[in-house]
Design a binder for this molecule. Structure first.
Ligand SMILES: Cc1cc2nc3c(=O)[nH]c(=O)nc-3n(C[C@H](O)[C@H](O)[C@H](O)COP(=O)(O)O)c2cc1C
Length: 197
């Protein structure tokens, strides 16, 4: 069974560190057989502010469908002014009501320039995801002093941080494999049995 994971990066800043961290987590996801990674680029979506008409409704519909079809979502946000970034909030606000995230396991990754890391953004993401009916997973990963963790080429130079970032990916896969896949397989078996009866 293919496990389709959607990833969202909450920074649109050119050369941003959130994307560097997310790229590591995506690399970890791709190392696992039968996992496909669908990275959604928020800059190309031209997301409207809540309540305004979408300038590109086709892209928004596609965004909804991509998330709806995902087995899980990995979201990464920078810490901006003690919270999640506005692009990340805008992305979540554009996922509908009820939200396309409802029922989805969500892995959370946060990065920050400061010493306390992305504590507030990861906590906020957990609360927002739970509020829209998603299943935010425990052990959110927060990376402090992110400028010291990646070099100018986006390579991670901190083995411990790399381990933690990769763990954000494996946590999500473990949850899907342990809690979601057996249910899906069982349903398939029951459906097959019903058809043969
Ligand atoms: C608008 C704004 C607000 C920020 N606020 C914080 C903050 O509250 N705490 C912190 O540690 N870093 C803060 N930063 C620094 C970011 O955490 C830093 O740029 C980091 O690299 C993650 O953002 P990036 O993915 O855009 O690179 C802020 C950056 C911006 C642009």
């Amino acid at each position: 069974m293919t496990v389709n994971i959607v990833t969202l990066c909450g920074s649109v800043r050119p050369g941003n560190f959130t994307a560097m961290a997310l790229a590591l987590a995506e690399d970890e996801l791709r190392r696992h057989n039968q996992v496909t990674v669908n990275h959604i680029d928020l800059t190309s979506l031209d997301l409207p502010l809540p309540g305004l008409e979408a300038r590109n409704p086709v892209a928004i519909k596609q965004f909804h469908q991509t998330v709806e079809q995902a087995a899980g979502v990995l979201i990464a946000s920078p810490e901006y002014h003690g919270g999640i970034s506005s692009p990340m909030k805008l992305a979540i606000d554009n996922l509908g009501f009820p939200s396309m995230l409802a029922g989805k396991p969500v892995g959370i990754l946060g990065v920050a320039a400061g010493a306390i890391g992305a504590i507030k953004s990861t906590e906020q993401l957990r609360a927002i995801c739970a509020h829209v009916g998603a299943v935010p997973l425990p052990l959110a990963v927060s990376i402090a002093h992110v400028q010291q963790v990646f070099d100018g080429n986006g390579r991670c130079t901190d083995a411990n941080a790399e381990k933690n970032i990769r763990r954000a990916a494996t946590n999500l896969l473990d949850y899907i494999n342990d809690a979601v896949c057996p249910k899906v397989s069982l349903e398939a078996i029951l459906r097959e049995q019903e058809q043969s009866d």
